[in-house]
Ligand binder design. Structure first.
Ligand SMILES: CC(C)(COP(=O)(O)OP(=O)(O)OC[C@H]1O[C@@H](n2cnc3c(N)ncnc32)[C@H](O)[C@@H]1OP(=O)(O)O)[C@@H](O)C(=O)NCCC(=O)NCCS
Length: 176
């Protein structure tokens, strides 16, 4: 699956063809903003082998319930990822996740990609709502749920361990 968002951004469903460039992007950002806020990426993309494992898992997830992982191409180059987690069949929701290499921050890439992924969740997957979890100190990431009119559901104490210690998350939700 492939979606041209605009003249600069294309989303392509994750595939093994992108393993090398995804791995290099995370390695380049290992000591920067990206892996500070998303420390799990260091494990997911620790080697080409773990990257392939992650891509296989994402493809199995898609086969199971059609929730995609989209690699974000900015001007033809891999810049990051935006994805939906497995559907919670109990309440028909999924969680949206996203990240960019630091050189691609602040260009509106996630803001421009968001509407397509929300529409996919609503129209193709026919979900009732989308959730999103952001750590409280990650102000930049919180702009996305705020701008896209998500509601705060609750605070999740000690949800994640960053380099500087434990942080609380906010769980956000947008009903369709
Ligand atoms: C958080 C992140 C996904 C935001 O994506 P982005 O494409 O940079 O965001 P956008 O350019 O679409 O902008 C979204 C908002 O953030 C603001 N913003 C973007 N870059 C910013 C920066 N460097 N400093 C402060 N605000 C910034 C924008 O101004 C915009 O808010 P506004 O509409 O009120 O002006 C991206 O910066 C990133 O991947 N960061 C590192 C990893 C991470 O935090 N992932 C999310 C974990 S939940």
């Amino acid at each position: 699956m492939e979606k041209i968002i605009d003249s600069e951004i294309t989303l392509k469903q994750i595939s093994r063809d992108f393993a090398h460039d995804l791995f290099i992007l995370v390695q380049k950002n290992k000591n920067g903003n990206l892996c500070y806020w998303c420390p799990d990426l260091k494990k997911t993309y620790a080697s080409l082998e773990t990257t392939f494992t992650h891509i296989n898992d994402a493809n199995s997830k898609f086969e199971a319930d059609k929730t995609p992982d989209f690699v974000i191409f900015y001007k033809g180059i891999i810049a990051g990822l935006i994805s939906l987690s497995p559907i919670n069949s109990g309440n028909l929701t999924s969680e949206i996740g996203y990240w960019l290499g630091s050189e691609y921050e602040g260009l509106g890439i996630i803001s421009r990609s968001f509407p397509f992924v929300l529409d996919y969740a609503k129209d193709v997957l026919q979900l009732k709502a989308i959730e999103l979890s952001t750590s409280i100190p990650n102000i930049r990431s919180q702009k996305l749920p705020i701008n896209f009119k998500f509601q705060k559901v609750r605070t999740i104490p000690n949800a994640e361990i960053l380099e500087d210690g434990k942080v609380d998350h906010i769980l956000w939700r947008r009903e369709f």
